[in-house]
Design a protein around this ligand. Structure first.
Ligand code: FAD
Length: 256
């Protein structure tokens, strides 16, 4: 995969050794300090520190004996309500709606936790509010290489369309389903990735301008006018009622 290969090359260039397809069989310590890990192929790798980063598993078992519905996390509806009356869940422990996949999933990220918590809070206070759904996303910078990935980055079948572009040291990939952007990867120059994120979030059909999304000069003005005008807050000509005269700035003489 293009993005992974670029990331790997950057890490190797910085002196990082990468081992894939193996797991740790043993961690050894000498005088209470980690000294090495042994891989399942017998290789021994000396080290000072072991960091385990193997994903997030919610501790949903804390509600298992009170009959609340659990799948990979605590299952909630669009109000963040669990299967038990007046009990709500949100954040990493909740399996809430993912609008890209169209089903409940674990998306253990801070923005999803914040939005879900807000919805749960409103509903607990009696104000009916619905969670619009979360999605997977990450933004990283390793050794000077910026990477943003959102939603589905590996199309699961042929019904998805992939558009990509490589220019200079930059890589862009957009994944579409029925005219909607369902995923993206931006590498290198990630400056305009927020615009694509807003198209994903707002479920905008991009069929008429999809190629522009990966172009090297992509920006807000690549979108149809009705999309960028509200962002720039430029009133349409019909609503300009008064032209305010602009006072010429006074010249300031240095030293006064
Ligand atoms: C190393 C790391 C890096 C991350 N980086 C990012 C990032 O860059 N961007 C991003 O969006 N997200 C990131 N996340 C994820 C983000 O931190 C979580 O999505 C977010 O904190 C979830 O909030 P939460 O309130 O659901 O859970 P938490 O923040 O985990 O809070 C749960 C709290 O419940 C307490 N608790 C647990 N069990 C019990 C119990 N039985 N009784 C009482 N209290 C209990 C815990 O001590 C904890 O304080 C990162 C997570 C980790 C671990």
């Amino acid at each position: 995969e293009e993005a992974s290969a670029r990331e790997e090359a950057t890490l190797r260039e910085a002196g990082v050794s990468i081992v894939t397809g193996r797991t740790v069989a043993k961690i050894s310590a000498e005088e209470k300090t980690t000294s090495s890990v042994t891989l399942d192929d017998g290789r021994k790798v000396p080290c000072d520190l072991v960091i385990v980063a193997i994903g997030v598993r919610p501790r949903s078992e804390i509600v298992s004996d009170i009959g609340i519905k659990i799948n990979r996390g605590i299952v909630v509806d669009c109000r963040m309500a669990t299967s038990s009356a007046d009990v709500y869940a949100c954040g990493d422990v909740a399996e809430a709606y993912d609008f890209i996949h169209g089903e409940n999933r674990l998306n253990p990220l801070w923005p999803n936790a914040y939005l879900g918590g807000r919805v749960a809070g409103f509903n607990m206070a009696g104000v009916r509010t619905e969670y619009q759904g979360g999605l997977a996303m990450s933004s990283l910078k390793y050794f000077g290489l910026d990477v943003v990935s959102v939603g589905i980055v590996i199309p699961p079948d042929d019904s998805y369309e992939v558009i990509s572009n490589i220019y200079d040291d930059n890589y862009r990939k957009i994944i579409l389903k029925d005219g909607l952007v369902v995923g993206m990867v931006f590498m290198g120059n990630i400056e305009k990735s927020g615009i694509v994120y807003s198209l994903i979030k707002d479920r905008v059909n991009v069929n008429s301008f999809k190629q522009a999304l990966v172009a090297c000069d992509f920006g807000l003005l690549s979108l149809p006018e009705e999309r960028w005008r509200p962002h720039l807050e430029i009133p349409t000509s019909g609503v300009i009622l008064e032209v305010v005269s602009v006072k010429q700035a006074e010249e300031i003489v240095a030293g006064e």
